[in-house]
Design a protein around this ligand. Structure first.
Ligand code: IMP
Length: 423
């Protein structure tokens, strides 16, 4: 398995951190290819809980951990995370950051919050970490990159150029206070001094590792339906979580990828605004939120729970070329007598389809067609392999495999690292 992509198959929060942590034990490098501190990966290892926003989860296993060119980096958040880890006796020394990754600057965060406020009822519900504005500057070719941290003079110049424009926007459009050049430059230079040792040619690093036959894990953040091009636009993030972006986000060719593992919860959750066909009614949603502890890692917001949506998962299999699935949190469904599974959407013209609608107006008005399947009403704690699952739980997994034509290789039955059943 030289290069394996791990991708969220839903709207993020699928439990990728746990699966990456598990597979990282057998990998040599763990790399993130997109996103920034909008991500929140929770890993429970050695009885301790770790929450990562920036760092690839592989850092826990002491593996070389890469933030690729496709990422956006908030130096303050990253340094806080590095400090937090080191206080717990875990070294961040194996971290390598691409010089081509873009920096999230203080004005990106200010603009993210201000533009959400302006949108009012139409707001996207972003994490307000400056993600969209940072990627927008990248596309407009006015971003500041990690490599700009290497030279204090260049860094100051770039900040000065950016502020000349950003301060006008902040004051005139958003009615916010402008930023002071000296203050921002001093703050970023202090971060730069600490981050310089981590900056590396990560594309070369990964290429050399692959040539040497090493195992490389490419870890996506967020999820397929939050993809800027293929997700539920405009309720998406500003990068491409889908597997194809792993190659551009790291700087290797598409022929280097061998496997794509899609991570899906046994149900669905979504944070932030946007249509969600299989969303549960409020009482049931509250129950599931409690059972699954469905609260955002980054923002603490309530996640919106829904029944498993096979139409959306089929779309994820297509978009990512998923070769196997990891199904997480199956144990959370253990207290239901019956479960609903969304097998088709009913579209506004009355037709039904197993395929994800190509156009926003169809998706916004899609109604779920549910199939009711038996629950198992018993804990899964004593299962050691997939074969030990109660019949109804096994049936649930079979239904997914048959509908999607993809094997479910891993099943999560609890929060701890060891609570994953393999085929
Ligand atoms: P942004 O990425 O902060 O711009 O937010 C855009 C959308 O993506 C919002 O609906 C967020 O709630 C959602 N989002 C961003 N990161 C994550 C994540 O890690 N998990 C789940 N949703 C996310």
């Amino acid at each position: 398995m030289p290069a394996t992509v791990i991708v969220g198959a839903q709207w993020g929060d699928e439990g990728k951190g746990k699966i990456v942590d598990l597979l990282a034990q057998e990998s040599d490098l763990v790399c993130r290819y997109q996103g920034g501190p909008n991500a929140g990966h929770t890993v429970i290892a050695h009885g301790e809980t770790f929450k990562f926003r920036h760092l690839p989860s592989g850092i826990l296993s002491g593996k070389t951990s890469v933030l690729g060119a496709g990422c956006v980096v908030d130096p303050e958040v990253l340094l806080e995370e590095i400090d937090g880890l080191e206080q717990r006796g875990i070294s961040a020394e194996p971290l390598r950051i691409s010089g081509n990754a873009h920096l999230i600057m203080p004005w990106h965060i200010a603009i993210d919050g201000a533009s959400e406020k302006r949108l009012g009822k139409l707001q996207i519900g972003t994490t307000r970490r400056g993600i969209g504005p940072a990627y927008a500057d990248k596309a407009a070719r006015i971003g500041i990159r990690v490599q700009d941290l290497l030279d204090p003079k260049i860094l100051r110049q770039k900040i000065e150029t950016a502020l000349a424009e950003k301060n006008v926007w902040l004051e005139r459009v958003y009615e916010l206070e402008p930023f002071e050049l000296d203050e921002v430059a001093a703050r970023e230079e202090a971060f730069a001094r600490r981050l310089r040792p981590f900056v590396a040619d990560t594309s070369l690093l990964v290429d050399e590792a692959l040539r040497a036959g090493k195992r490389v894990l490419l870890e996506g953040a967020q999820g397929t339906l939050l993809d800027l091009d293929h997700g539920t636009y405009p309720f998406v993030t500003s990068s491409n979580p889908t597997a194809g972006a792993a190659t551009t986000g790291i700087g290797i060719g598409p022929t280097r990828i061998d496997e794509v593992i899609g991570v899906s919860k046994a149900y669905v959750t979504r944070v932030g605004a946007g249509p969600f066909p299989s969303e549960m009614e409020p009482m049931l949603a509250g129950q599931l939120r409690e059972l699954g502890q469905e609260y955002g890692t980054v923002t603490g917001r309530n996640r919106r729970p829904g029944w498993l949506d096979l139409v959306a998962l089929r779309y994820a299999v297509r978009l990512n070329g998923i070769t196997s699935l990891a199904l997480t949190k199956l144990d959370v469904l253990s207290s239901f007598d019956e479960l609903e599974v969304c097998v088709r959407y009913r579209l506004p013209d009355g037709s039904e389809s197993e395929n994800f609608p190509a156009h926003q107006s169809d998706f916004h008005h899609a109604a779920p067609v549910f199939e009711t399947v038996p629950g198992w009403s018993q804990p899964l704690d004593d299962c050691a392999t997939l074969a030990d699952l109660p019949d109804a739980a096994r049936g649930y997994v079979d239904l997914i495999e048959q509908a999607l034509g993809v094997p479910v290789e891993l099943v999560g039955t609890g929060a701890a690292r060891e609570q994953v059943l393999a085929r």
